[in-house]
Design a protein around this ligand. Structure first.
Ligand code: PLP
Length: 395
């Protein structure tokens, strides 16, 4: 009989020539299980999705409850659907008061697309600035913002009027002018290999946007929902964006994204022309029900309070002269090694020992660590033992 692995290679589109090919039969908490009983501790969290672990019972119960009521009923923005409106209300409660309107999408890239559209329409300007080494998604608009020429050139021409500032370089803020509609930036750059900006840079960025009337749009698609120890990473910098983009961890494992803004900014979407930004499945009721439960779990289990000490434990246990640098904020971390060959060998070794780690799109020399926030101290110790052994062996 043809195996699922062969069918995967034969019948599903391949995104690279070297997929991980780990077959997953089920997942629970911080573990993935394979068909032969293999067990992997998941230190990637589906790329910052499973912040509360896989299949949290409260998320499953919320999904089941919604399954018994309705699935998709109509396009976004027409009917009143309780999971959407209640989740929007609860989300606004954990955001600063200036945020007053939520638009739900299916994914992060769609949140980026919608944000760019409202920024252009609200300001009447066309230029959008992003940061070098940024990653904001793979749709053509989001791809236009990717701060890496190789990815842009392969699909050119992309959006016009896009330019780049240097991340964490206050000197390059001069590029923001009264022609700029928006600056779109990750609060902590993920795919660049976890780059945490200085508070002074983020504050200067806010000031420059205020001076020029450019909107400041934060991409918290990787950093949101507790990943860095705050509900949203912008809270570390004592500033607020004009538009906030969310996805990944928002849905407790279900597909969902959102962009959130002031009411006057969001309102440009509703007319002239009406229905100028619509989606069939955005804000799916089952995803929103799961998102409500997930947000509640983050709050009720006090997960935010545990992130910093868990991150400290990781750092203590992974300290070795063979690791050039440990970068990160909260449980969004990376271990900077010397070469991709080392990263590849260590991550393969870890997989052979039942531990899933990965690397970064624009930084293949760093190991990616982003465990579910629910990981325990004992599990961190077990994980670090394996990673340390891999590093000793291959670096
Ligand atoms: N923004 C950031 C920072 C991301 O890491 C990603 C995905 O990895 C996206 C946007 C795009 O999200 P999605 O894959 O849901 O379209």
């Amino acid at each position: 009989m043809i195996s699922n692995r062969e069918l995967f290679l034969q019948n599903t589109a391949q995104t690279s020539n070297s997929p991980r090919l780990v077959e997953v039969e089920r997942a629970e908490g911080i573990y993935l299980y394979g068909p032969q009983g293999e067990r992997y501790m998941d230190l990637v969290s589906g790329f910052n999705v499973s912040n509360i672990g896989h299949r949290h019972p409260k998320v499953l119960a919320a999904i089941q409850d919604q399954l018994n009521k309705y699935l998709h009923v109509t396009v976004y923005g027409e009917f009143v659907q309780a999971p959407q409106v209640l989740f929007a209300t609860e989300l606004l409660q954990v955001l600063p008061a200036s945020f007053a309107s939520v638009y739900f999408t299916n994914s992060g890239a769609e949140a980026v697309e919608g944000s760019m559209k409202i920024a252009k329409k609200f300001t009447g300007r066309q230029q959008i600035l992003a940061a070098e080494q940024a990653y904001h998604g793979s749709t053509q608009g989001a791809l236009s913002l990717i701060g890496n020429d190789a990815y842009r050139q392969a699909y050119a021409p992309l959006l016009p009027e896009i330019d780049f500032i240097r991340f964490n370089d206050s000197g390059s803020l001069e590029k923001i002018t009264t022609e700029t509609a928006a600056v779109i930036i990750e609060t902590v750059q993920g795919e660049a290999g976890v780059r945490v900006p200085d508070k002074s840079f983020m504050q200067a960025l806010r000031t420059k946007c205020d001076e020029t009337g450019a909107l400041l749009i934060f991409d918290e698609i990787q950093t949101g929902f507790g990943r860095t120890g705050k509900m949203f990473a912008f809270e570390h910098f004592d500033i607020e964006p004009d538009i906030l983009m969310l996805a990944k961890g928002i849905g407790g494992g279900m597909p969902l994204g959102a962009f959130v803004a002031r009411k006057d900014i969001m309102d440009v979407i509703k007319d002239n022309p009406m229905l100028g930004h619509i989606t069939t499945f955005g804000g799916h009721p089952v995803s929103c029900a799961a998102a409500r439960a997930s947000l509640q779990v983050i709050q009720e289990e006090g997960l935010l309070d545990t992130v910093s000490s868990k991150a400290t434990l990781f750092r203590e246990l992974l300290q070795t002269p063979k690791v050039k640098e440990i970068r990160g904020l909260g449980l969004m971390m990376c271990l900077q090694l010397q070469t991709f060959d080392q990263v590849y060998a260590v991550s393969n070794y870890c997989a052979s020992q039942g531990l899933m780690i990965d690397w970064y799109l624009h930084c293949e020399t760093a190991l990616r660590l982003a465990p579910p926030l629910t990981i325990t101290a004992e599990e961190i110790e077990e994980a670090c033992k394996i990673i340390r052994a891999g590093i000793e062996k291959f670096c």
